[in-house]
Design a protein around this ligand. Structure first.
Ligand code: PLP
Length: 611
């Protein structure tokens, strides 16, 4: 038995992942701990010490995926937040993350044989995985004083630079039982609970940063509208002694807002009746309705009006957001993923050999075009074997190593249309028999009946296709499963209903492992798709501002385009190795080199934080 130097768990040295530094060999419970170790030990002699007063930027997000054992994320928003902070740590950006502790996490998904989703709490223990901070602050919820404290978990960059993340917690003996549960469940509970959580995150977050000595924070980045109350707290701070006219400009200088939702209906909104009851009246009514919306408190509007820089998460999404809020200037910074976190073991070894330095500067991955095709294919075959072993373990099914394996994994919700590929199931059987197989994963929000129905529908279709076109659905999609999937399939499929995909990031993870995308032209794919070079488009490029077609029509048109592209272009290319591997190389060289959070964070620094 050896001891994992990161998490302290006993591991079997014979079978556990390992890493060598000089003469020392360390063994790990998981690949995650192995990466963490490599990061921490990369900068020999670096001092892993955080000077709180030197932090300049605070990053507020309702979800931050810091570690697979900390399940405080539901999907893309949280994974992006985690990747952002990992890149900040590598790039030595003096930032501090602020989120909620969500002791019961999002949830753990189990699936019945018919594809029924069952949910169990995904509890984690901050006592075991984070450090307690001594300081506490109070916020007011429904007229009661609620005490908030924080747990700190450090994110280490290559070279040892530390980015702290504060997980805010109301589970303290001085709070009443219902108040102790405010910070328990991500997106659980009713509107009142949701608003209480946003009070803790935004208002509690600003107060705790002050209390804990983060005195140098000049810029507050609100990642999605959930964090908008942080701006309201800054406004209150700055106007404590004023009566009447409020200095909005003073607050705007210090706030940056990133919106993630392309349609107004998706934005967080609360009735003013509820707002008065839960939040009170932080601003006179007239000022409040001016900055936050006439009818209801709209968190997007509030954040938009109190920030000097606002952006969408892909070019088309920025343009759409400007359309939604006429007269506002809304920029765009296209999302990315943290390269070193999403490149699988076999590709990491390949890049280490051919593109040394890619961790620190993923733009160098453009050199991937010169990596010998045979080595690219070999690295992919290793990733595919790892995924197939996991599929066999989880489902008992053995997939064929030769058939083209298509991956689709996302939050299961109507607009993502996970079942679009089954729209004409006999057509799919005919074109794919014996040479195509599909792997799915994804959780539906516990109250999203449409999302749950999608999963059951995929199970039905899987049964109908039998062994002609094998279909598996893997339970409990999370960071570890995502890494296996995006590297182990041959093709990444994305079929959102236009224009609802603000960006999407899983296709970027796939590209980092040489896996091309076949996707509707929406979100990031409008920028990333070079037809036949980095992957393929489903259907034509309809300008994002156009109204979406009524759903049934869009569905059938997109399904027809999907089958046509699969049959005429993608499957024939896959059948010839010398046609397929250049697409893999270009996915890495053209897309991984750009759609990464190192580039993204550098754009936030120059366009938003220093602007
Ligand atoms: C990347 C990721 C997502 C987001 O994927 P999209 O393509 O943006 O929908 C969701 N969940 C997990 C676990 C992920 O790793």
């Amino acid at each position: 038995m050896a001891i994992d130097p990161i998490c302290g768990m006993p591991v079997d040295a014979a079978s556990a992942p390992s890493a060598r530094r000089g003469d020392e060999v360390a063994h790990f419970c998981s690949d995650f701990c192995r990466r963490e170790y490599l990061r921490r030990t990369a900068g020999r002699g670096a001092v892993f010490r955080e000077v709180r007063a030197s932090r300049r930027i605070a990053y507020f997000s309702m979800e931050i995926a810091v570690d697979p054992r900390i399940p405080t994320y539901a999907g893309g928003l949280g994974v992006l937040a985690g990747d952002t902070l990992r890149s900040c740590a590598d790039l030595r950006v003096p930032i501090v993350g602020v989120t909620l502790v969500h002791r019961h996490g999002y949830f753990e998904q189990e699936l019945t044989p018919q594809g029924g989703q069952e949910e169990r709490p995904a509890s984690w223990s901050p006592e075991a995985l984070a450090q307690p901070m001594e300081q506490v602050v109070a916020v007011e919820v429904e007229g009661r004083s609620v005490t908030v404290r924080a747990w700190k978990r450090d994110v280490f960059g290559y070279g040892g630079y530390v980015v702290p993340v504060l997980f805010l917690d109301t589970d303290l003996p001085e709070n009443s039982p219902p108040d102790r549960r405010i910070s328990d469940s991500l997106y659980g509970g009713d509107d009142a609970t949701r608003l209480a959580q946003e009070i803790v995150l935004g208002i509690g977050g600003v107060r705790l940063l002050r209390a804990c000595g983060y005195d140098g924070v000049q810029m507050f980045h609100l990642n999605e509208g959930h964090a908008a109350l942080a701006a309201l707290e800054l406004l209150r701070e700055q106007n404590q002694d004023r009566k009447g006219d409020w200095d909005f400009l003073g607050t705007r200088e210090h706030c940056v807002f990133t919106t993630h939702t392309p349609v107004a209906a998706g934005h967080d909104q609360f009735d003013y009746g509820l707002v008065h009851k839960v939040l009170g009246e932080p601003l006179p009514t007239e000022a409040m309705t001016m900055v936050a919306g006439r009818e209801r408190l709209n968190m997007t509007l509030l954040a938009l009006n109190l920030s000097h820089y606002v952006n969408g998460v892909a070019r088309s999404h920025g343009e759409m957001s400007e359309h939604l809020y006429p007269g506002r200037s809304i920029g765009h910074i296209t999302n990315g993923v943290h390269s070193a976190s999403w490149v699988c073991e076999s590709f990491a070894a390949l890049f280490d050999r051919h593109v040394p330095g890619w961790h620190d500067d993923p733009a160098m991955l453009r050199k991937a075009v010169s990596i010998p095709a045979a080595e690219v294919w070999e690295a992919h075959a290793a990733a595919k074997a790892r995924l197939f072993a996991e599929i066999a373990r989880l489902t008992g099914r053995t997939l064929s190593a030769d058939a083209m394996t298509v991956g689709f994994a996302r939050r299961s919700t109507a607009y993502k249309r996970a079942d679009l590929v089954f729209r004409d199931v006999e057509r799919l059987r005919a074109l794919g028999r014996g040479r195509l197989q599909l792997v799915f994963a994804g959780k539906a929000h516990p109250r999203d009946e449409g999302g749950k129905a999608l999963i059951r529908h995929i199970f039905e279709m899987a049964a109908r296709l039998g062994n002609d076109v094998p279909v598996v659905y893997l339970p409990d999609y999370g960071l570890d499963l995502a890494r296996l999937l995006v590297s182990g399939v041959d093709l990444w499929l994305n079929t959102p209903l236009r224009p609802l995909e603000a960006s999407g990031t899983s296709g970027m993870k796939a590209a980092h492992n040489g896996v091309p995308s076949l996707s509707v032209l929406d979100g990031w794919w409008l920028e990333g798709c070079i037809e036949g070079v980095t992957g393929w488009a489903i259907g034509a490029d309809q300008h994002a501002l156009s109204e979406p077609a009524p759903e049934p029509e869009a569905d059938s048109a997109d399904a027809v385009a999907l089958y046509a592209k699969l049959e005429s272009k993608v499957l024939p290319a896959f059948a010839e190795r010398e046609r397929w591997t250049p697409v893999m190389q270009h996915a890495i060289a053209l897309n991984a080199s750009y759609f990464n959070t190192h580039r993204m964070v550098q754009q936030y620094v120059t366009n938003a934080y220093l602007a």
